[in-house]
Design a protein around this ligand. Sequence first.
Ligand code: ZN
Length: 178
Amino acid sequence: MIRPILVVGNPVLRQKAKRVSQIDKSIQRLIDDMIETMKAAPGVGLAAPQIGVPLRLAVIEVEDKITVIINPEIVKSTGQVELDEGCLSVPGFWGRLERAERVSVKALDRNGKEQRIRDADGLLAQALQHEIDHLDGHLYIDRLDTLDKLQRSEPLRKREADARRDSEAAEEPPAEEL
Ligand code: ZN
């Protein structure tokens, strides 16, 4: 079931989410709903607080691979990169910010098994950091030096239409929404 995505201003997005203590049927249903909601948005990632559930759980889809992280912790981060980033809970904007270039994350998978994601880089590293921030009540806009750095993005459908029309033009892709 697709769930409504909360937007900035909703207090649930600012709470520190609680650890998942038991991975039962209701959690499996929640994970399925989150994957469906993320795909429909469309987004690269979605954290449970974004649909109003203050639990430490997020889903990520990068290169057609879905990763479910429960009670995740960043155990190592290295390097620094500047990235363009957007968030489904901050619609219509994107910003450029600094994040670690690579991260290693420890988390449970949806079967409750401990998983290690070692030295993730690129979009996966960005998404892991972005979603874990959500679980601590942080949004990417908090990481900008100033909100003047926030850029307005056109609605996705218009961007896609423009991209089709100007397929020759070497335009930068829009920032990913997570
Ligand atoms: Zn987000």
